[in-house]
Write a protein that binds this ligand. Structure first.
Ligand code: IPE
Ligand code: IPE
Ligand code: MG
Length: 247
């Protein structure tokens, strides 16, 4: 990775109007592989390379928070060999990217049911998070074993416990209190949500946080997605008018 700025493709990008938080549903690895008569695992391997490019581009243009949906709570129901391969790939990615993330001043964070990940993956994740914990250039959230409904249920449970303990008054449970108990506490809501592979659905991602997020669906399959399209979508985002329910 490198942090050079002012590349030709960023011309026309309004630095004053960047989305603070970009979230991406990285979909289409399987279809990418199928089109090439490869197996799904090879699609995931290629997808990991796209992650690297997009993280680099986001950091370079000055995005504050990038959240990538890498594995959902529902994805545990995929064939065992695919789940194992994804976990192995994740571990490899974390080990190989740790240094790059550190050098590029990127802080890695994980959101989701991390306790469900295999021990060796958790260790690799913890090492990468520890190594980058003081970095301040960009927050890179990896959504792993993530499901928005269980995230909200967990928040409700925590709030209920605090209510029983007398720390929170039921009347004081506001939007803000709920938000503070999500994995994304203290982070801005996504301004922009991108989904690759053309599927018009959210697939249990950030349900609470995307209340006013601008959504872009691209037909590109995730392994084909890269810097150029990422920047193009951000420019398109900048041409949209966000109204937040007002006139
Ligand atoms: C996205 O690609 C990666 C994960 C969900 C882990 P898919 O594996 O869902 O690819 P398609 O949707 O089958 O093409
Ligand atoms: C969403 O993709 C989850 C991730 C990208 C990690 P899926 O491929 O799992 O979603 P569905 O099954 O098409 O809704
Ligand atoms: Mg998919």
């Amino acid at each position: 990775m490198n942090s050079k700025t002012n590349s030709a493709d960023t011309a026309g990008l309004d630095i004053e109007n960047l989305p603070s938080h970009v979230a991406i549903i990285m979909d289409g690895n399987g279809r990418w592989a199928k089109k090439r008569f490869l197996n799904r695992i090879q699609g995931h391997e290629k997808g990991a390379q796209a992650v690297r490019k997009v993280v680099e581009a986001a950091r370079e243009i000055g995005i504050s928070v990038l959240t990538l949906y890498a594995f959902s709570t529902e994805n545990w129901q995929r064939p065992k060999n695919e789940v194992i391969a994804l976990m192995r790939l994740l571990k490899k990615f974390l080990a190989s990217e740790k240094q790059n993330l550190f050098e590029n001043n990127i802080r890695l964070n994980a959101i989701g049911q991390i306790e469900r990940l295999p021990g060796d993956v958790r260790t690799a994740l913890q090492k990468a998070m520890d190594a980058t914990r003081h970095n301040s250039g960009m927050l890179f959230n990896l959504a792993l074993s993530y499901g928005a409904r269980s995230e909200i249920a967990l928040a409700v449970r925590k709030i209920a416990e605090k209510t029983v303990a007398g720390e929170i008054d039921p009347g004081g449970i506001t939007d803000k209190v709920v938000a503070e108990h999500l994995y994304t506490a203290r982070m801005p809501d996504p301004d922009l949500l991108i989904r690759t592979s053309g599927e018009m659905r959210i697939s249990n991602f950030l349900l609470w946080q995307i209340a006013y997020t601008e959504i872009f669906i691209t037909d590109s399959l995730w392994p084909d997605f890269g810097r150029a399209e990422f920047i193009k979508i951000i420019k398109e985002y900048q041409s949209r008018e966000r109204r937040f329910g007002k006139v």
